[in-house]
Design a protein around this ligand. Structure first.
Ligand code: FES
Length: 101
């Protein structure tokens, strides 16, 4: 089972998710990463589930058209839509704003 770390408001929340688990679906049924993950539509439309991938991005598939349309240049900064991903490898994500440079 992949290890998942969600950094929210500066605190790290750690747990496991089933192989090929979708984080928004899990949060919807109140399983980890609930309540640490923000989401709404679950369909790639609202952008609420956008999260910066802090580690593990190399294991994720290429962004789909919904991610490209919704995230635009944020894709290059490592943001992905969690409702569009099925986790198979360890992942660390954060929905906190990017630190100022
Ligand atoms: S929950 Fe709306 S885009 Fe992912």
């Amino acid at each position: 089972m992949p290890q998942l770390i969600v950094v929210a408001s500066g605190a790290a929340h750690e747990g496991e998710v089933p192989d090929k688990g979708n984080l928004v679906v899990r949060a919807g049924v109140k399983k980890f990463p609930w309540p640490h993950l923000k989401y709404k539509c679950g369909m790639g439309k609202c952008g609420t589930c956008a999260a910066r991938v802090l580690s593990g991005a190399e294991h994720l598939p290429e962004p789909n058209w919904k991610e490209r349309e919704r995230l635009g240049p944020r894709l290059d900064a490592g943001w992905r839509l969690m409702c569009q991903l099925w986790v198979e490898q360890p992942l660390t994500i954060s929905q906190d704003p990017e630190p100022a440079e």
